[in-house]
Design a protein. Structure first.
Length: 576
């Protein structure tokens, strides 16, 4: 087993002229070849070494996805340093926790927005020595003995140091400490080795074949292990694929058309929004087009009817997404099986997988030639998955983390003496070995009558309704379930005339009795699909979506339930 820098050098020498990375520059995508990327990584590593950065040192990257992220990551590992990825959406206080807990001494920072966060906490980071910035509008001095230097300056120094750097050779050395999303408490540092990453990446691209002919469009944060392994290390280092970076989540649709990727790694929320956008376009057209679209969706795949629908409708949808997508990979949260079936019907296969930061992250995945909707697939080759007596999912294999940084007690709590990692998720296996995840052990709701509810399953049903964009179910130790609902305001606005409502401001609409009556009717239909104790008895409409900037969502858009409950304490109490 190689280390990550060794694997990169080998792949770069195999495909020197092929594009490794693509990025938007002055309105057009341009490519960076493997040989040029390797040269820049080497130069940066030399420059970093001149700053005194060496093996075992903690180097953080606080940046959105861009080529500099990859260069900083690979150059740090070339020196044997340990990379600490930091989500750009985190608040300064959580960033401070990560940098302090990890003992970070150097930070790469992308822009003024992220640098300003550092400035707010810099006096509370005694171990921080150097900040290397990609581009700043106002490079204000950090104060004290802390050094501020541009990436360009580090590269200039590196250009003058041509001697070779000996690559790290221990695959079991820690490559990165990745801080978990922290849906409950403060994020924990997960120590992942070179072996963890490369084993998991190889197993993943064996199960879901990827080649050097593939192009991926990257938009999920590289600071999250799903994108790091499945959208970066596995395709780029192990298969020589090309990765293009989206400008932002807001420009994803445009970037899809420009890059024309063959693979997209995503989270369910993006598929939900794409599904909504497709239906919005269909509904805005004449009645006969809507009728034809519905007819085409009902045709069995392979039939003449489906081929006609594909030729006249579905191909156009795929073209709007670049036209070359052969598959999408979904992770990070549960994907609604109805959504997966819809995309499959229009010719876009979504293979859903499962894992955690602690499993580097992929543990199971559906294969393109062997998948089952509503499941997260079968275990990866070389990975074992079993269920404990209480249905907790246990995972064992070379992808399991080395442990939690500075927390041996918690490590021993989750990894037993036989090497099984206790995920904290509950699920069941189908007869043919496909895993179905029910929900988090800690997030299950125990009603006062003793009944147990898995909120994620109920929330999936709620958000499947066209009028509901987000939902959070509450009711632990209460007599019944209630929900915080965020309407799909586009869908609501289309129905205002029909409802006899004049205002279109969300803050006013959530108080409107006519809109509330609409949601009562919608909930009656949803409740009809559930057991009595799972039914939503009361609800509150919220004017704005849950947001990462308020620490209400993790970087992969999972709900931080404790934070949301704290923020909406008054509204929740009003339902009981």
């Amino acid at each position: 087993m190689k280390t990550i820098p060794q694997q990169f050098v080998e792949t770069a020498s195999r495909y020197p002229k092929r594009p490794a990375l693509k990025f938007k520059y002055h309105g057009a995508y341009i490519g960076l070849s493997f040989s040029e990327l390797a040269r820049r990584v080497s130069v940066l590593a030399h420059g970093m070494r001149s700053l005194g950065i060496g093996a075992g040192e903690r180097v953080a990257i606080l940046s959105e996805n861009r080529t500099e992220w990859v260069r900083a990551d690979l150059a740090s590992m070339t020196l044997g340093a340990i990379v600490i990825p930091v989500h750009t959406t985190l608040s300064p206080q959580i960033i401070k926790h990560i940098l302090l807990d990890s003992g970070t001494t150097r930070v790469f920072v992308s822009d003024q927005i992220q640098y300003n966060k550092l400035l707010r906490i810099v006096d509370e980071l005694p171990e921080l020595k150097t900040v290397i910035y990609f581009s700043l509008d106002h490079p204000e001095h950090l104060g004290g003995s802390k050094e501020l230097i541009s990436l360009a300056e580090v590269m200039a120094v590196g250009e003058r140091l041509p001697d070779q750097i000996e690559l790290p050779v221990d695959p079991d050395a820690v490559a990165s400490i990745v801080y978990t999303s922290g849906t409950t408490a403060l994020p924990k540092g997960v120590m992942l080795t070179h072996r963890n990453f490369l084993f998991d990446g190889e197993a993943a691209v064996t199960a879901v074949p990827v080649s050097h002919h593939d192009t991926l469009l990257s938009f999920l944060p590289l600071s999250h292990v799903l994108e790091r392994t499945a959208g970066y290390y596995a395709p780029l280092l192990l298969r020589g694929s090309c990765i293009a970076y989206a400008e932002s989540i807001k420009t994803l649709a445009q970037n899809l058309r420009e890059v024309k990727p063959t693979i997209l790694v995503s989270v369910p929320r993006v598929f939900e929004k794409t599904h909504t956008a497709i239906w919005d376009k269909v509904k805005s057209g004449p009645g006969w087009k809507q009728t034809f679209f519905l007819w085409a969706l009902k045709q069995e795949k392979g039939t003449i009817g489906h081929r006609i629908g594909d030729l006249l409708v579905f191909k156009k949808i795929r073209r709007s997404l670049g036209g070359r997508l052969r598959l999408s990979i979904s992770g990070g949260a549960s994907l609604n099986h109805k959504l997966a079936r819809f995309f499959d019907r229009i010719g876009l296969l979504i293979v859903e997988g499962y894992g955690l930061t602690e499993t580097a992250p992929v543990a199971t995945v559906n294969r393109p030639d062997n998948f089952k909707f509503g499941t997260v697939g079968q275990q990866l080759p070389g990975v074992e998955v079993i269920l404990a007596p209480d249905k907790e999912i246990l995972v064992r294999g070379p992808n399991i983390m080395k442990g939690y940084y500075h927390n041996d007690a918690l490590t021993k709590e989750v990894i037993d003496s036989e090497g099984w990692f206790h995920t904290g998720d509950l699920g069941f296996l189908t007869q043919d070995g496909f895993l179905v995840v029910i929900g988090r052990k800690k997030e299950m709701i125990s009603l006062s009558n003793g009944k147990i509810v898995w909120p994620e399953q109920v929330e999936l049903l709620l958000t499947n309704d066209r009028f509901i964009t987000s939902a959070m179910v509450v009711g632990h130790n209460r007599a019944y379930l209630s929900a915080l609902l965020i309407p799909d305001w586009q869908e609501v606005n289309r129905s205002l005339t029909e409802l006899g409502i004049t205002s279109s401001e969300p803050d006013m609409l959530v108080k409107n009795p006519k809109l509330r009556e609409l949601f009562v009717t919608r909930l009656e239909k949803i409740n009809a699909q559930m057991a009595d104790w799972e039914k939503i008895q009361r609800f509150v409409l919220l004017p704005q979506e849950f947001a990462q900037t308020r620490d209400e969502l993790t970087p992969t858009l999972k709900l931080r339930r404790a934070t949301i409950e704290e923020h909406y304490k008054k509204q929740i109490e009003s339902m009981y």
